[in-house]
Design a binder for this molecule. Structure first.
Ligand code: FE2
Length: 281
């Protein structure tokens, strides 16, 4: 029922994105929202304080992020902590996202991510042996939900050749007021502008491949009602502005790559031997 007909596939190839309305039912969206809130509730705030508000903050926080590829971890809004290390508002209203292996470690997110309709979409998009690489639950909090700068997902999830696709699920209505996605239609045809990943000294680095800027004037809003799925080509330039509205904008994202493509060591996202990447099965 969600198969891509020729017309929709052509639109995806032309634009680099595709909106599929009513992909998920309201009760599915609400169940995922409840689970995310439960996960945040169970997360020990003392751990967050030790990671994000210590004097060695940036090294510890970087390490927490770089080792999150096979974990469920919690990342906070930039200004969530006051100078004394306390949260400025409740934990639930301070969290930016959960990542990056919800789809393998949480049964509800596993089921949702491996539903046959998604597997069929991946096949329709040309995947031969798709692997579920990364998942995130993004809160985009009311009033303080931060901006995400214009980027291509292939900058952060590298394969040779480029093979990443993003599945972005609106778990609440996403509007221009609460920070919906924006994208440059056709921008996926202009090539990869940068690569971000690990370097020899253990740190990370952004490597610029093409320093020409994207034009803000080319961006269009991708407003999406609850339950909508937006498929994003890995080379599509996209962003979301800050949320200054009183409404949150929860979304779940899943990134898929092709198993046959090369996966360079420079990728930030690594899996332990005990938890290899899996497909939709
Ligand atoms: Fe993205």
């Amino acid at each position: 029922m969600f198969g891509l007909n020729q017309q929709r596939l052509e639109a995806y190839e032309r634009d680099g994105f595709l909106l599929i309305e009513n992909f998920a039912r309201p009760d599915q969206c609400e169940a995922l929202r409840r689970r995310a809130i439960e996960l945040v509730g169970a997360f020990d705030l003392a751990e967050a304080v030790s990671i994000f508000s210590t004097r060695e903050q940036s090294r510890i926080a970087d390490d927490y992020f770089l080792t999150s590829g096979d974990q469920i971890r919690f990342f906070f809004e930039e200004d969530a902590f006051a100078a004394d290390g306390s949260l400025r508002q409740s934990k639930l209203l301070s969290i930016n996202k959960i990542g990056h292996a919800l789809h393998d470690l949480d049964p509800l997110f596993d089921d949702f991510s491996r539903q046959p309709e998604l597997a069929a979409l991946a096949v329709a998009l040309g995947y031969r042996q798709p692997l579920l690489l990364q998942s995130s639950y993004i809160f985009k909090q009311p009033e303080i939900g931060g901006e995400v700068n214009c980027h291509q997902d292939a900058t952060f999830l590298q394969t040779e050749p480029v093979s990443v696709t993003g599945f972005w699920f609106a778990l609440e209505d996403a509007t221009q007021q609460n920070g919906c996605l924006w994208a440059i239609p056709g921008g996926h045809k202009t090539g990869l502008k940068s690569l971000w990943g690990r370097v020899a000294n253990g740190g990370t680095q952004m490597q610029i491949l093409d320093d020409s800027p994207w034009s803000d004037a080319d961006l269009i809003p991708l407003e999406a009602r609850q339950g909508s799925l937006i498929i994003l080509h890995g080379l599509l330039p996209h962003l979301s502005y800050a949320n200054r509205s009183p409404h949150s904008r929860h979304a779940y994202t899943l990134h898929v790559i092709e198993s046959g493509a090369g996966y360079p060591d420079a990728n930030w996202l690594r899996r332990s031997v005990a938890m290899p990447l899996r497909g939709f099965d």
